[in-house]
Design a protein. Sequence first.
Length: 352
Amino acid sequence: MTAHGITGRGYKHMKRATQTDVAKLVGTSRATVSYVLNGRNDGTIRVSEETRRKIIEAIRDLGYRVNLNARSLKTNRTQLIAVLVPDLGNPFYPMLIRGAQIQAKTRGYRILAIDSLASEEGERDFMESAQEHIADGVILDSSYLDAADIDILREGGIPCVGLGPRFADMGIDIISGDQHAAVGALLDHLVSRGHSRIAHLTGDFHNINGRVRHEAFLQGMQAHGLAVDPRYILPGNFLREGTAASVERWLGRFDPSERPSALFAANDLMAIEAIKAIRKSRMQVPQDFAVCGYDNIPEAEYVEPPLTTIGYDIEEMGRQSANLLIDRIEGDNEGEVRKRVPPFTLWVRNST
């Protein structure tokens, strides 16, 4: 895209691009550019999708960047958002952070990602740092923080957005998928393939997602009139490490006639490790043992065989969480609590 004979690359060498420059390049007003940059969609200004697309392209072509130093001096903010996650080794979380980072950048913020290592100690360390105002607001995926912790942050003027059902009724905005419906859809799929002896590799029950997905599994089995053999429940922890060995030992307990025919793992990392263990035990997936997971991480599509799973648009969840939080930072931190329920998709692949 060019304007007045000046290319985006040449323009960046001449001077720092401004919102006015972006507006001139697109042929719109500076107010419209600001409206799009701030991720607003409240109807104050009507912006067509075509104009929005052109503004984003112009921002890239001109190399426009928000002057964070000037904004920080004016607003007394750090222009940082802290994101607490339990395991950066799980591809789900880098994708979530990427989505948050992309959206935060358009609104003049940067992302600080903190890995709690799925530990209470890690989350307590984060709480101490957050109270020192290392960031203007926080996005939380937590297993141990409770309502009292959230109150401490909010009373300290630190807006919060929660990821998952743990933060329901804590007075903050949340993004939480309908995990009962998602697990139910997976079980519907397995039953439609003729499976009745279905096992569950659980998540960590310290994590509410582990508990919710297990409850959903039990309810889904009951809805299909299927009994749950206690031997078919294998405790897991959502982590890659040690899962394959655990599944291999578990498989060794069964005679072929008693063995389950399908396994639902509470996340994709464990499902992929389970496939390795099943194949090492000289069985084929899905001929001898069907496997499905939860999350739809990128690896799910490329493992052999490709993994049947269910999940959400992870980057979109990150973008929404950043937008919700920045709205609170820059606006009313006491307004009505908002909840976003992202739709899930079932990806049927060769593992079932």
